[in-house]
Design a protein around this ligand. Structure first.
Ligand code: 8YV
Length: 328
């Protein structure tokens, strides 16, 4: 007798190639219209699904999980960050949770590097001037930015993405400093000529650019609090391609308005897709709509990882990218 295929619910539109393979392998419910699912729709899905494939836009909280049916055993997240999933509840309910690490490291690091360059060199401001027809011609003292070469970059969170950013940044003449829960291996420190700061406060006070690369967890919520942001020097820049919740967005905005900071480049926000409207008025910020890992290649690789995680799990093996591992 052929085995019944597992029922897989995909919450958002994924690349066609991934969806097609998903349809071949599993009894799959797609969301081809790509409308974000409401809480009620998520609850309906977890009631009957064997596997849920959410993304960063789905809040899989304790309330949603409390309604899950007896079949739900795997949450195969499309994305590396899992802060939108209540992992404690998932663990309690004996669920396995997987994610898609590694494959978005280089793309996210590229975008971070672009942002590290964009604000000090006033890239977007300059482009806007051209489009509005406000460029009257070159002048030696007009549109001056700040030099990157020779400055200090403070990386908060020296995991895969932090290290990939450090490698790029060295090519641009930045010296690498970092704060991490754990000091990285001496070989990596040596390769990157990186200086470790056990005290984030101490590092913040000395850097020219701060870039965030830690996950959002209860421990890192508002890690860059109003108090910590005040430690930054007025010529410093803040870059965030990790999670908005790691920075107190309102405190950052206030400091930018008062010119207590030179600028910020943000790809993520505390209440996405809502943004503090005051940020939109500022020339000293570059704002992107959470597109750090948004490449066609990256999305296909992420989808492949999701497929492998589901397939290995339903075949009775440990999926490779376990964030929460239920005892099999
Ligand atoms: C993804 C991300 O686009 O993977 C992550 O954690 O932040 C993004 O790069 C998104 O999460 C997909 O769910």
């Amino acid at each position: 007798m052929p085995q019944k295929k597992p029922l897989v619910f995909v919450t958002r539109k994924l690349p066609d190639a991934i969806e097609t393979r998903m349809m071949e392998l599993f009894d799959t419910r797609l969301n081809v219209d790509d409308a974000p699912m409401t809480k009620a729709e998520l609850i309906e899905a977890v009631k009957i699904a064997d596997v849920l494939v959410p993304t960063v836009t789905d809040r899989i909280d304790a309330q949603v999980l409390s309604q899950s049916g007896p079949n739900l055993r795997l949450i195969a997240n499309f994305g590396a960050g899992v802060d939108h999933i209540d992992l404690a509840s998932a663990r309690q309910r004996g669920l396995t949770v997987t994610n898609t690490p590694d494959v978005l490291t280089e793309d996210t690091a590229d975008m971070t590097m672009a942002l590290i360059l964009a604000v000090p060199r006033r890239l977007v401001e300059g482009e806007r001037l051209i489009r509005t027809g406000d460029w009257a011609g070159w002048s030696p003292t007009w549109m001056l930015g700040r030099r990157i070469w020779g400055k200090r970059l403070g990386i908060v969170g020296m995991g895969r993405i932090g290290q990939a950013v450090a490698r790029r940044a060295r090519g641009f003449g930045l010296s690498i400093h970092y704060h991490n829960r754990k000091r990285v291996h001496p070989d990596i420190e040596a390769e990157l000529e990186a200086t470790y700061w056990e005290s984030l406060d101490q590092m913040m006070a000395r850097m020219d650019v701060i870039s965030i690369h830690c996950p959002h967890t209860p421990a890192t919520f508002h890690l860059l609090s109003a108090r910590r942001l005040k430690l930054l020097q007025p010529h410093a820049y803040v870059v965030n391609t990790a999670r908005g919740e790691v920075i107190d967005e309102n405190a950052l905005t206030r400091m930018l308005i008062r010119k207590e900071l030179a600028g910020a480049a943000l790809d993520v926000f505390e209440h996405e897709p809502a943004i503090n409207p005051k940020l939109l008025q500022l020339d000293s910020v570059v704002l992107l709509p959470h597109m750090g890992s948004a490449t066609i290649e990256g999305r296909l690789d992420m989808g492949e990882k999701v497929l492998i995680n589901i397939k290995t799990f339903v075949d009775g093996h440990n999926p490779p990218d376990r964030v929460v591992a239920a005892l099999l």
